[in-house]
Design a protein. Structure first.
Length: 292
């Protein structure tokens, strides 16, 4: 039993399968409160039943939300606040921004955002903003966002961040994963000196998940199935995420990008402070919020 986790509260998005479910499982075994987030009500019920069956000593709650919609992100945050208040809890010890998507073809959300940009970047940005008071109320909260080695191949197209004019699914995914690291960098710059809140980006490596199988042409699906078959089980990157949520010795380290429980150098573009601040300000406008 990891004593640094006991009696703490964690929110995990994308927690019905893959890495997110593996993280939720690992946390549930530590006598904590886990609030799992998924899009499908049926899959949420299944995941909740599964976690309760293996960890009866933990509090397991699943909530549904379509994270491609900012209205849903705000509704979700309100639900989480109400849920914690009803249980007499005043803080969140960890937020895992793990939910992600890949779309081969350009698809806009009903709110007008490119879907990968909405789910992979804007949703973590907005959810962190909405839960920030609860995170700051914890003794030493952590925000862990699942990025990808794909960010090494990306650069942000500042004139068309959502690639609406010249869409390419892989490039859009790479950009969103670079945005994850820049978000982590800027969140730390804004809060690490005046609070105990810390943020980290996790590189899961190649993992056996079905992210490349949804809404893709047959050839792309077959390629992803073949490629991902050589990847690791979701439990491997989940260990890194749980480590980043709980390890006390990294509290004051400068390393923000991690793989296999070890710091890893992100791309040069991911360390550009001016880009991180510029992206933050643009994201605020896209989400219709004031400065964090």
């Amino acid at each position: 039993m990891n004593e640094t986790l006991q009696n703490k509260t964690f929110v995990v998005t994308g927690a019905t399968s893959g890495i997110g479910l593996a993280v939720a499982e690992a946390l549930a075994l530590q006598s904590v409160t886990v609030i799992g987030i998924g899009r499908s009500e049926e899959r949420c019920r299944q995941a909740e039943f599964h976690l309760r069956s293996i960890a009866s000593h933990s509090q397991i709650i699943y909530l549904t939300a379509d994270l491609s919609l900012q209205s849903e992100v705000r509704r979700l945050a309100s639900q989480i606040r109400e849920l914690l208040a009803a249980k007499g809890k005043t803080s969140i010890d960890g937020l895992v921004n793990n939910a992600g998507t890949f779309t081969f073809w350009q698809r806009l959300t009903p709110e007008g955002f490119e879907t990968q940009w909405a789910v992979n970047h804007l949703a973590p940005f907005l959810l962190t903003h909405e839960l920030l008071p609860l995170l700051l109320a914890a003794p030493a909260a952590r925000v862990v966002t699942t990025s990808s080695e794909s960010h090494y191949f990306a650069h942000l197209n500042w004139q068309d961040l959502q690639l609406k004019n010249h869409y390419n699914g892989l490039r859009a995914y790479d950009q969103s994963k670079l945005a994850n690291v820049l978000f982590t960098l800027e969140l730390n710059r804004r809060y690490s000196r005046r609070s105990e809140l810390r943020a980290f980006a996790a590189d899961p490596g190649l993992v056996r998940t079905d992210i490349g199988l949804k809404g893709t042409p047959g050839l792309v699906s077959r390629f992803w199935k073949l490629r991902s078959s050589g990847g690791t089980a979701p439990e491997i990157p989940a260990r890194t995420i749980v480590y980043l949520l709980s390890e006390p010795t990294i509290q004051n380290q400068d390393d923000r990008y991690w793989k296999n429980c070890q710091p890893k150098q992100p791309s040069r573009r991911a360390l550009d402070l001016a880009s991180a601040q510029r992206l933050w300000e643009i994201s605020e406008k896209m989400c219709g919020i004031g400065s964090l």
